[in-house]
Design a protein around this ligand. Structure first.
Ligand SMILES: O=C(O)C1=C[C@@H](OP(=O)(O)O)[C@@H](O)[C@H](O)C1
Ligand SMILES: C=C(OP(=O)(O)O)C(=O)O
Length: 427
């Protein structure tokens, strides 16, 4: 675990940053490929801790995983009969919430564990739902064991998915393989991160699985059907792009990202509208090059991030530098992310001299001029997005060190190299 002094810039940033594949698309493509009716090739696969844990977990229960020797981002997935094994979830929500339903289809016991910090992430909803759909599972959270019998009865299930959209996505991704399919009803406060469920639905439809859903986003239904093999091309990770793009308004500079998709289900795309509201300019060229330009100091915003919670650390860091008081709403569920992100962000922003207050459903942040902020150790709480938020503030706060910067490997192992290259300080 090392402290990394983030690059400080007293000039505007000017860089092009090419991002690797999306974590969310990669881990969905891997599950769908594992359950499909034939082999699939995935290109642009993100290679990071979360996606390698998914690859390892699938391989541990029998799925064929073959990397191309000359390109580690191209992987061939061959479905095989699923058997007993052990799965390490690390701190990955997508692994701990998507793989149990796959494991229930295995013939044998599948033991799940993960990082100490993962044990406090909400999970019992998925395990209870699978039990009520006919699976046999010991445990209410990590560690737990799925006693797979080779099939899952499936059918109707009511869950409260207000703590995480991944509860719905996890059941949908395997639901077509259940004997009676799956009919999910959500009962509770609104489900967060709805675009991530839309991503699940769109990828299922691409694999030939029809999902019926209602306009109020409380019911999703899948009939038992074959999951067709698809050769997936993974888009760049737009949530990881957010911190790099925010460097433009943070320094009054310019950051471009190639291969930005014209249409996407990735919630990370919402960062563009938010940066525009904060005063940045956005340009998307026909060749896919996306550019964000900042000029004056960013302006404060009042924004509901319920649908795009994973952008919060980046936006909060920018708000700490903005002119005025910002309100970030609709993000209670962030208390169950990698860490309690509302407490972590307010603690760290206040420790460097900022002004951040937790509210019932978010944060209120009064921006400070950079001269009023001071370099302290920015703690990461084993949260990749806390580390990248620290790096963003480090561009304006000379000497700010980010603790445990290696935690960025959860979704972006090359973060330090890429950030230093963006800042023009790479050795
Ligand atoms: O399904 C997915 O790929 C994700 C869904 C969201 O989870 P929550 O609904 O728990 O916020 C998001 O925050 C996470 O980073 C990835
Ligand atoms: C919440 C996140 O991850 P996870 O998939 O582990 O929930 C995230 O990446 O911001």
């Amino acid at each position: 675990m090392s402290n990394w002094v983030a690059p400080f810039l007293n000039r505007p940033v000017d860089a092009v940053v090419d991002l690797p594949g999306s974590k969310s698309i990669t881990n969905r493509a891997l599950i769908l490929a594992a359950l499909a009716d034939g082999p699939s090739r995935i290109t642009g696969t993100l290679r990071s801790r979360d996606t390698d844990l998914m690859l390892d977990g699938l391989a541990a229960i029998g799925v064929g995983v073959d990397f191309h020797s000359d390109d580690p981002t191209t992987v061939d997935i061959t479905p095989q009969p699923l058997h007993a094994g052990a799965v390490d979830c690390g701190l990955a929500g997508t692994v701990m919430r998507f793989l149990p339903a796959v494991a229930a289809l295995a013939d044998g016991d599948v033991a799940f564990d993960g990082d100490e910090q993962a044990r406090s992430r909400p999970l019992d909803t998925v395990l209870d739902a699978l039990r009520s759909l006919g699976a046999s599972i010991d445990g209410r959270g990590l560690p737990f064991t799925v006693h797979g019998t080779g099939s899952v009865a499936g059918g109707p299930v009511t869950i409260d998915a207000s703590a995480s959209s991944q509860f719905v996505s996890g059941l949908l991704l395997s639901g077509a393989r259940f004997v009676a399919g799956v009919q999910i009803t959500h009962s509770g406060a609104p489900v967060p991160s709805m675009p991530h469920i839309e991503m699940t639905v769109e990828m299922l439809e691409t694999a030939g699985v029809t999902v019926d859903f209602d306009a109020s986003s409380t019911r999703w239904s899948i009939a038992p059907t074959t999951v067709r093999a698809v050769d997936w091309a993974v888009e760049p990770d737009l949530s990881n792009a957010a911190a790099f793009l925010a460097a433009a308004p943070a320094t009054g500079g310019r950051v471009s990202v190639p291969r930005w998709p014209v249409t996407t289900t990735q919630p990370g795309a919402a960062v563009l509208g938010i940066l525009e509201q904060m005063g940045a300019e956005v340009d998307h060229r026909s060749d896919g090059l996306l550019t964000v330009r900042g000029s004056a100091r960013p302006t404060a915003i009042d924004v509901d991030l319920h649908d795009v919670g994973e952008l919060t650390p980046t936006i909060a860091a920018l708000c700490a530098l903005a002119e005025g008081t910002s309100t970030l709403r609709g993000i209670t569920h962030l208390r169950g992310h990698e860490t309690d992100r509302l407490t972590a962000l307010s603690t760290e922003i206040n420790r460097i001299g900022g002004d951040c207050r937790e509210t019932a459903d978010g944060l209120v942040i009064t921006g400070r001029d950079r001269v009023d902020l001071h370099a302290e150790l920015w703690r990461s709480y084993a949260d990749h997005r806390m580390a990248t938020a620290g790096a963003l503030l480090g561009l304006r706060v000379e000497g700010l060190a980010v603790e445990d910067v290696e935690t960025t490997a959860k979704t972006l192992p090359d973060f330090v190299k890429m950030w230093e290259a963006m800042a023009g300080t790479a050795s």
